[in-house]
Design a protein around this ligand. Sequence first.
Ligand code: FRU
Length: 514
Amino acid sequence: MQYQWMTLLIIPIFLCSCQGNKTQEEETEAKTLSDYREPHRNQYHFSPDSMWMNDPNGMVYHDGKYHLFYQYYPDSTVWGPMHWGHAVSSDLVHWTHKSIALYPDELGYIFSGSAVYDLGNTSGLGSEDNPPLVAIYTYHDAEKEKQGDIKYQTQGIAYSLDSGDTWKKYEGNPIIENRGIRDFRDPKVSWYEKGGYWLMALAVKDHIRFYQSPDLKTWTNLSEFGHEIGAHGGVWECPDLFPLTAEDGTTRWILFVSINPGGPQGGSATQYFVGDFDGITFTPDDEKIRWLDHGADNYAGVTWSNVSDRRIFIGWMSNWQYGQIVPTKRWRSAMTLPRELSLVPFGDEYIVRSEPVKELGKITKDSKTISEPQATFDVVENLSLPNATYRLTTTAPSDTSWHFNLKNDAGAALSIGYDQLSGRFYIDRTSAGNTGFHEAFGARHFAPRLSDKEQIEIEVFVDQASVEVFFDGGNTVMTDLFFAEDGLPIIELGEEGSVNPFSKCDVAGMERIW
Ligand code: FRU
């Protein structure tokens, strides 16, 4: 497990030696701005204009804007020396690209991390009148790593005094040294109101370490969690710790831990724990393994800081198994739709529900009902859309198995279904276009049903290269990529000779955001 980074790095280093500096095609393309209409370019999801992106980083709400930073390599479409790319949005739907916020420096590449608004200027990096935004991230020293020194990951901070436009690294970096652990990264910092201190969750190889700080600069160890609990098929990365309160008034603390590999569909995925946090220690309610998203393509996601009344999440919509070789040319990868998280009871436990943020209503056109159950419905034709970008909502019974297909004229088809016998949902993308770039890509992914209601609510967001399915109001979520030419505009609810179990199916076009 401790060689995780070696494996991950060997691939990019190898790839970079042949394409680390931009290929001629990349070079020419990067000079002009994208029109965001390339094949497989998602139309209402965030993606970089060009080049490589992975984890969302430093998400903070400030001064009416949601900031989204992200792991970015501006010199190639595969992973390389990490920077923090930057974009802002006032509605979580439309994004404006900003200049790169953080560049690698003599302490290393800029790996994943978080950002906070230091309202009380506890760090002293701003002033009472102009409190700073502070980013807390991991330094990855590739030189040290090459030399065989395992202490190559440390933590650093940077700050902004102009609402995130420009960033300055703190002179006293690193703020947390490495004492001999290879995987030591992805600090997620929040203000712990009850104790009046900053709290950091850090991924340390196979567990999470919690730290506290009065000023974001000096950190003391609080506790560790996870050595012998949860999924351990891979290294632990990108934690997040926050409270959620259910409608019945129950508050639980939620701990997100991304792991790679070892996800339920192979490769990377995000597990979560439900428990209690007393200011020092996280204590889980049980030993169950839970996944935030049961699809193959939602990784390293965390939540926005400084949003007082909601818990908003976004994830990297890809998987380390094949993220670097998916068939897009100018750029690689997109983020999931932003999702609002809530705590809901299920049996004698509480689970995390994910729902697409309500702001997406802004780009959702009036819906049409598919009234002819056996017919196929072409969204591009019927909703006058330029692309296959739509939301489908319907309900289906839980006492029978069912499925429906999303297709195109070239013969690609993706199935979404329910297997009544095992009580599982699935997405089958084996025939949904190009799957040949990686042996694990063409697969059927299963997810447990986490509801005992008679009727199953289904909400599906389809973009040019992704499908996000929210079952039972978001108790079970599945996010999967696909690479079908011109997307999947045709909805097929009932195949010939089969019974269509869907009560009412509404389809609404989703407007492009670029
Ligand atoms: C997760 C991750 C993080 C790391 C970053 C490097 O996808 O491996 O642990 O900080 O990506 O780009």
